[in-house]
Design a binder for this molecule. Structure first.
Ligand SMILES: *Cc1c(COP(=O)(O)O)cnc(C)c1O
Length: 233
């Protein structure tokens, strides 16, 4: 198989998994955005996915996102999914459609300030550390409730939803309580007086995106499943 055939087969397999999960929970596949996580992928593979029609790509490093954005047509929607340092916010803002990884009030303030300077309204997701793992970035649920009105008041920041990562596991069912808790937190925040849309839930990766979809994900972030069999990146 050529690389292109392998990529096409991988994409097809991922789409079938999405379709099967959607059937189980009576959702429309069109309501789930597949964000192809290209952080470890060769540029050629990313080009291959573009040729296959994908337009949503996720990068975890701001620098690589900006470099790659310059090498692709403007119809690519770049998602930043990794940790963002405050001093890099201005760099990525002109290139991203959504920042999935806003994990502190200080970062949110910086993004709003930088977006304001460029007359942008930054679309972001708030990252929640649902499982409470020490090493993980993200707001705790408690913290997010406490800072919610401050975040909501930032003039150039549009919080469109929440994002989380489940603890690594071979058993995708172990992600279900984490994803369900994220959705419940979203539903709770929607009851707050100064609510936003919060229509997006970014949850699910190669190993657990079916569970993400069943629990209401509107975006899944899939890397390794798309690049299987292609060798080292
Ligand atoms: C790498 C990464 C992914 C994709 O993980 P895979 O297991 O390769 O699908 C998703 N989300 C985040 C935040 C990541 O860093």
């Amino acid at each position: 198989m050529t690389h292109h055939e392998q990529l096409a087969a991988n994409l097809d397999a991922v789409r079938q998994r999405i379709a099967a999960a959607c059937r189980r929970c009576e959702r429309a596949p069109a309501d789930v955005t597949l964000v192809a996580v290209t952080k470890y992928a060769d540029l050629d593979w990313v080009r291959g996915l573009y040729a296959l029609g994908l337009r949503d790509f996720g990068e975890s490093r701001p620098q690589q996102l900006v470099e790659r954005a310059a090498q692709f047509p403007a119809d690519v929607r770049w998602h930043l999914i990794g940790h963002l340092q405050r001093n890099k916010a201005a760099l990525v803002l002109p290139h991203v459609v959504t920042i999935h990884s806003v994990d502190s009030v200080r970062l949110a303030r910086q993004i709003s300030t930088d977006a304001g300077k460029s007359n942008l309204s930054a679309r972001v997701l708030l990252e929640v550390n649902v499982s409470g793992e020490e090493a993980k970035d993200g707001f705790s649920a408690q913290e997010l409730r406490a800072v919610w009105s401050e975040l909501h008041a930032l003039p150039h920041l549009r919080a469109e939803g929440l994002m989380t990562m489940a603890p690594l596991s071979d058993d995708m069912e172990s992600s279900r309580p984490v994803f369900r808790a994220l959705r419940n937190l979203r539903d709770e925040l929607l009851q707050f007086p100064d609510r936003s849309q919060l229509s997006q839930l970014s949850m699910g990766m190669s190993g657990d995106f079916e569970v993400g979809i069943e629990e209401g994900a509107t975006m899944i972030r899939v890397g390794s499943a798309l690049f299987e069999g292609l060798g080292e990146g």
